[in-house]
Design a binder for this molecule. Structure first.
Ligand code: AP5
Length: 220
């Protein structure tokens, strides 16, 4: 099964991905995490994408398509995938569909989280992440047990470089201009499922899980 988590920056894609991954035994593939790992490794690719990410702009399609598709199309893999942050443009969606079709597969369900811009800035500027295990927290909505420390591995939590109020505005502009039109694309492909991303984290998980279960039932 191939699922796509879709929504604006800070909609809760990463938060929900952690939960759906465990419940449905899917491999979580986050394009943002892949790019941050490249950057942390100091690779040439990491250096090429750094400026786009810090400015809140999308990384060019030809770069991100290569990075993500190499991970999705793995011959012989019987696992399901949960794509988070990819695709984000029409060319990315089309290339993903082509690559999956060539491997005899398709996107089964797109889980779209609706959150208005007004809530996004607070979510993003209050976010803390664990640099070791990737767990995501929020100062108010999902605080760690001990301030500034990851519950799972005791690592000091960090704020992402692009999680400032100024960069968030640019990320929202990019989302509305380049990414939100994909909802129409997936609606036309009859795979779009939407949930209210403003509900509390557990309620969103329940709604998403229901959508996934319905999909599993209808495809068997
Ligand atoms: P990426 O890492 O994908 O960032 P994003 O899409 O902007 O998404 P975020 O990680 O910011 O948010 P999220 O939806 O995962 O929310 P989260 O669960 O953390 O991309 C970063 C950059 O990489 C891009 O700007 C671009 O440069 C580049 N890039 C990546 N993919 C690309 C692509 N395909 N093409 C081109 N460039 C690409 O939640 C946010 C906060 O809210 C957390 O603190 C959380 O605790 C809290 N929260 C979550 N849910 C709730 C809730 N229901 N109620 C209250 N609080 C909540």
């Amino acid at each position: 099964m191939i699922l796509v988590l879709f929504g604006p920056p800070g909609a809760g894609k990463g938060t929900q991905a952690e939960r759906l991954r465990d419940t449905f035994r899917l491999e979580h593939l986050s394009s943002g995490d892949m790019l941050r790992a490249e950057r942390a490794s100091g690779s040439e690719l990491g250096q090429r994408v750094s400026g786009f990410m810090d400015a809140g702009q999308l990384v060019p399609d030809e770069i991100i398509i290569e990075v993500v598709l190499a991970r999705v199309i793995k011959p012989g893999s019987g696992m399901g995938y949960l794509l988070d942050g990819f695709p984000r443009t029409l060319p990315q969606a089309q290339r993903l569909d082509e690559a999956l079709a060539a491997a005899g597969s398709r996107v089964d369900l797109v889980l779209s989280l609706a959150v208005p811009d007004g809530l996004i800035v607070d979510r993003i500027t209050g976010r803390l992440s664990c640099p070791r295990c990737g767990t995501v927290y929020h100062l108010k909505n999902k605080p760690p047990l001990q301030a500034g420390v990851c519950d799972h591995d005791g690592e000091t939590l960090i704020q992402r470089k692009d999680d400032t109020a100024e960069v968030v505005q640019q990320r929202l502009t990019a989302y509305h201009a380049q990414t939100s039109p994909l909802e129409e694309y997936y609606r036309n492909h009859d795979v779009l499922g939407g949930v209210d991303g403003t509900a509390d984290i557990d309620a969103v998980t329940r709604e998403l899980s229901e959508l996934v279960r319905s999909k599993v039932v209808s495809s068997t």
